[in-house]
Design a protein around this ligand. Structure first.
Ligand code: AHR
Length: 502
């Protein structure tokens, strides 16, 4: 099987916003407690943050981490997480049927972000609460001092403002499962008034309004049209979420789901343009894809807690163990974000630690990398710069999610310094090696830097604490770059990062 790809120095899609490599930590399961925070752990620092987890987070260079939810935020009182710990209330989290004693709140989270070389992206509660709680939260976080809420922060020991720039206006407000679920009209008005108040405080904030929870919601895409009609002038991004599952154990269909993701982005792009035209606006609202990942492996085992009546503290929830097949899916999703860098300016892998996450921990034990850690790592490191149009001529297949799905899923990125082009490639074919010929137009003297590859004889292979290196990348030989032509043989079901110096 053969596939040809052409990239040209001057044919760019768009600069890639680094924030597409952001992530997410929710008060859910063991993401916070025994995830990032575990006082008494052998690697814990003076604040109780696990050093082994911080090292793994630093390595992936995730620029922003969304917090504190997710569904959790829709019944969250941010004030519960501030002030002396012994005075903080223990609450029942209705979203995940869990108890939370609020040992970690916004101040500790911001401290953790600094240690992990990342920045906070905060969400306000527009489910059970509204404008007033939101404006107070922003003042508490961002005002230097001399007002009630900012002085309270100073009194709590955080003299300097946190200067949080990215704010989500609620979470998945179209979902009936959400505490305080709203219609598009109700939410649109509330989000707009909240955004206006937040902007009166600081017009430089970047505000993210909720789009649909997924592209199968009955209100999609009317939801986006109504919400944007209300909020277009006062927000910057619209948020989309999508999770991937292979419940049918059908690899080709599973990997074709990227087509649906692409259509989702396209459709909402169209809705944005429609409202922009309707409002005679000059502004372009962007997409914040602030929850995405594979999520299905743990669904069955989670029912025990989600449908039980125990209200445990930091239980094992949403602890998907990712297999090699998921590497191919995550690599493909990241390719879509790179190809759609014109529309998608923020994206958050959901989530970061223990909960549908690339990083796992054992309480009192090691932290380790799941299989999907690697495609996220490579995209975050080598996927910064400019997205180049990669024109593909190759074999395709038909699927439930669309016809003519290319077996070769590729994105191409020119580095910020302009001295490297990196190809991220998934060969989706179950059995056939792809003979790749890529032409690099306008890049004289191109030469191979390295070809990193992930393959595994078993699609179901996973990493575990006991066997953390079962599915890992390796550097391979055989790829040649000569006279502006790259040639490589890509094994079936493989994930590839090919770096070319230009
Ligand atoms: O990431 C897990 C959950 O998925 C989030 O809390 C929610 O926003 C989404 O439905």
């Amino acid at each position: 099987m053969k596939a040809n790809v052409i990239v040209h120095k001057d044919f760019a899609v768009s600069p890639i916003d680094d924030r597409v490599y952001s992530s997410f930590l929710e008060h859910l399961g063991r993401a916070i407690y025994t995830g990032i925070y575990e006082p008494g752990h052998p690697t814990a620092d003076e604040d109780g943050f696990r050093g082994d987890v911080i090292d793994l987070v630093r390595a992936v260079k995730t620029p922003y981490v969304r917090y504190p939810g997710g569904n959790f935020v829709s019944a969250y009182n941010w004030e519960d997480g501030i002030g002396p710990r012994e005075l903080r209330p223990t609450r029942l989290d209705l979203a995940w049927r869990t108890r939370d004693d609020n040992r970690i709140g916004v101040n500790e989270f911001v401290d953790w972000c600094k240690k992990a070389d990342t920045k906070p992206m905060l969400a306000v509660n527009l489910g059970s609460r509204g404008l007033d709680a939101a404006r107070n939260f922003v003042e508490y976080c961002n005002h230097p001092g001399g007002s009630y809420w900012s002085d309270l922060r100073r009194q709590h020991g955080w003299k300097d403002p946190h200067n949080v720039k990215l704010w989500c206006l609620g979470n998945e407000m179209d979902g009936p499962w959400q505490v305080g679920h709203k219609t598009a009209e109700e939410y649109g008005r509330l989000a707009n008034e909240t955004a206006k108040a937040m902007r009166l405080f600081d017009k430089s904030l970047e505000l993210i309004v909720c789009g649909s929870s997924n592209a199968d919601m009955p209100t999609y895409p009317d939801w986006e049209a109504t919400v944007l009609d209300h909020t277009y002038d006062s927000i910057d991004h619209i948020s989309l979420h999508m999770y991937f599952a292979n419940n049918e154990h059908d690899t080709l269909n599973y990997l074709a789901k990227g087509e649906k993701l692409d259509r989702y982005i396209n459709t909402i792009g169209g809705v944005i343009d429609f409202i922009k035209a309707k409002k005679r606006s000059k502004k372009d609202v962007k997409i914040s894809f602030d929850e995405w990942n594979v999520w299905y492996h743990s669904r069955e085992q989670d029912k025990k807690i989600l449908e039980g009546d125990e209200w445990p503290d930091a239980p094992h929830l949403l602890e998907d163990l990712y297999n090699f097949e998921d590497v191919l899916q995550v690599g493909g999703i990241l390719n879509t974000f790179i190809r759609r860098a014109d529309r998608v300016k923020i994206a958050c892998i959901a989530q970061l630690v223990n909960v549908i996450a690339p990083i796992m921990t054992e309480e009192g034990g090691p932290a380790w990398k799941q299989t999907i850690y690697y495609p996220f790592l490579y995209a975050s490191i080598y996927g910064r710069g400019t997205s180049l149009r990669a024109v593909v001529d190759g074999p395709t297949y038909d699927s439930e999610f669309g016809d003519d799905v290319p077996y070769l899923d590729v994105s191409a990125v020119r580095s910020v310094a302009g001295d490297e082009v990196t190809f991220f490639i998934v060969n989706r074919h179950l059995t056939e090696t792809l003979d790749l010929a890529a032409t690099l137009e306008g890049f004289p003297g191109a030469r191979l830097v390295e070809h990193i590859q992930m393959t595994h004889p078993d699609l179901n292979a996973i990493n575990t604490a006991a066997n953390p290196d079962n599915v890992v990348p390796k550097t391979v030989s055989g790829t040649v770059v000569e006279a502006g032509k790259l040639q490589s043989k890509l094994p079936p079901l493989s994930y590839n990062v090919i770096r070319v110096a230009v």
